[in-house]
Design a protein around this ligand. Structure first.
Ligand SMILES: [Zn+2]
Length: 221
């Protein structure tokens, strides 16, 4: 137990300063039991996993640079390996930050990864692989993940509405690129459009009633 002379209060736990006046506390009895439980952060909960992942990515980066130094004629590909590792960490950090809202988190992930890939593609002389392959593949992967997650978590109507809009975005962006004639290899984008339309149809058919009711309630129709 600790005591603040100024405020005349007894304070339990391991605090050094008075919670009221921030003054120094005096030790009165030996007991220093914490009354509030210590809540572990996500990092603390999974700290071994995080350490293993950090170590694995450092190891991959070091090995890649070492092999690249031994084979200089193979080009500066280890730069891309390092870039890839940084991308994975950025997207992991984003997923952890946005885990309260998974559909939005997915959208940010896809946007971030596609922009990074486009910059990468641009920096290496623009072969178009970022919009031909990476963007539609990411969209399809995100839509598949969202479809699974919406079943697993049994999202309520509000999340379903966000999910519906995000699925539409994943279909619209590749179709804009397709119809604007930016693509050299069109089939991944066409697949992405088809998956988007199918999942929109599925949500409309199976969850349409509850979404429509929610919209009416919100817009006072
Ligand atoms: Zn005080």
């Amino acid at each position: 137990m600790k005591r603040c002379e100024k405020c005349g209060v007894e304070v339990t736990g391991n605090r050094l300063r008075c919670p009221l006046c921030q003054g120094t506390l005096l030790q009165t009895t030996g007991e220093t039991r914490e009354i509030f439980p210590v809540v572990p952060t996500l990092y603390r909960q999974y700290h071994l996993l995080f350490r293993l992942l950090i170590f694995a990515s450092v190891a991959v980066g070091v090995v890649a640079v070492a092999v690249n130094l031994l084979l200089p004629e193979s080009g500066a590909w280890s730069v891309f390996v390092a870039g890839g590792i940084i991308c994975v960490w950025l997207s992991l950090a984003l997923a952890v930050r946005k885990r309260k809202n998974i559909p939005k988190g997915m959208l940010y992930q896809v946007a971030l990864l596609s922009i990074i890939c486009m910059i990468w593609d641009f920096a290496t002389g623009w072969n178009g692989w970022s919009i031909d392959y990476v963007l539609p593949i990411l969209c399809v992967a995100a839509m598949a993940a969202l479809a699974v997650l919406s079943r697993v978590f049994n999202w309520e109507t509000e999340n379903q509405m966000i999910y519906f809009c995000i699925d539409a975005i994943f279909g619209i962006v590749p179709s804009i690129l397709f119809f604007a004639g930016c693509l050299r290899v069109p089939y991944p984008s066409v697949i992405s459009m088809a998956v988007s339309l199918l999942s929109l149809a599925a949500v409309a058919v199976f969850r349409g009633d509850s979404i429509w009711a929610e919209l009416k309630r919100r817009l006072h129709i």
